[in-house]
Design a protein around this ligand. Sequence first.
Ligand code: IMP
Length: 212
Amino acid sequence: MKDIIFATQNEGKMREIREILKDTGRQVYSMKEAGITAQVEEDGVTFAENARLKAVGIMEWCKKNGTPGFTDKTAEDFIVLADDSGLEVDFLGKEPGVYSARYMGYDTSYREKNANIIARMEGVAKKDRTARFVCAIAAAYPDGSCETACGIVEGYIGWEEAGENGFGYDPIFYLYENDLSTAQLCAEEKNRISHRGKALRSMKEKMGQRGL
Ligand code: IMP
């Protein structure tokens, strides 16, 4: 069974994926652990396209350059997983979407990004404030094939920021079930319902079915 290289620099995501895949017997390595220095342009127009570009780009890099972090393994021993995620706000024509990290510029703080989104929705009723976090995960295999899985959590944009947990757009994204923002949930609760958790669990099943 192949091990996993997960294409992220984010330690929080590494912890989440290790937790979800721990019962599969697969080892999960970061790009850093595998010694991968590839840079892949994420210029797709959908989350799935970006995840696919990243996973396939890194698998191709490994086929050319090997996996420098391991002396006894090659690209053939791995599946490369990559994700892309973001927030879609219906009233804003699904902005910020695939531009979530770049919205108003990479260097603009989330306090400013969040305040801007709330300001653009002034006077909008709750029923029209629908939004969702979307996550696409792509798995690139050494034989050149690639598959994707998607996870979504539905909610709405609140009227003010709330909560200290989470990151990014969490303080303005509220759940219908309890009218709490996802920044008000503890890490376990968020992982249980999150778009990334759903996409990862779906991908875990797909990888299992392929038996590679
Ligand atoms: P990435 O593709 O996972 O790097 O996410 C892109 C951007 O989407 C992040 O920088 C955040 O702005 C936003 N985002 C993705 N997932 C979440 C989440 O769970 N909470 C808050 N913001 C998120």
